[in-house]
Write a protein that binds this ligand. Sequence first.
Ligand code: HEC
Length: 107
Amino acid sequence: MMKKNLLMVLGGIAAASISANAAADAAADYMANCNSCHFAPIAPALQAPGVGDKAAWASRIAKGMDALYDTALNGSKVNPVMMPKGGSSLSDDAVKAVVDYMVAQSK
Ligand code: HEC
């Protein structure tokens, strides 16, 4: 079930990558690398905070941005599904910019 959801979403990523502007901005980086798990309708099934889901983000935002950057860069210490950089090859700065984007959409 979870695997099937992920596979369905991978198709969405491919489509999003093609339509994304060539400019590597945070929103495009998010769509290409993070939306597969953080897309709000899917996220709860993965125990990930969905972007735009204020309730899911409140306690995380309360930890402070440094804690969120740390999880995003180094992976979650409690849930291995959140891999370092979400499994992407983005630069550290690009990952942080995506975290800023996700938080801005979710508070
Ligand atoms: C394979 C699924 C998956 C992908 C891809 C993914 N995440 Fe996550 N993410 C998760 C899960 C699951 C959690 C919850 C982890 C936890 O509770 O510790 C999470 C949590 C987070 C958090 C909250 C961390 C905290 O300390 O509360 C941030 C920020 C985050 N992800 C950023 C990103 C960014 C940025 C990307 C893309 C570069 C990304 N994620 C890609 C699954 C994913």
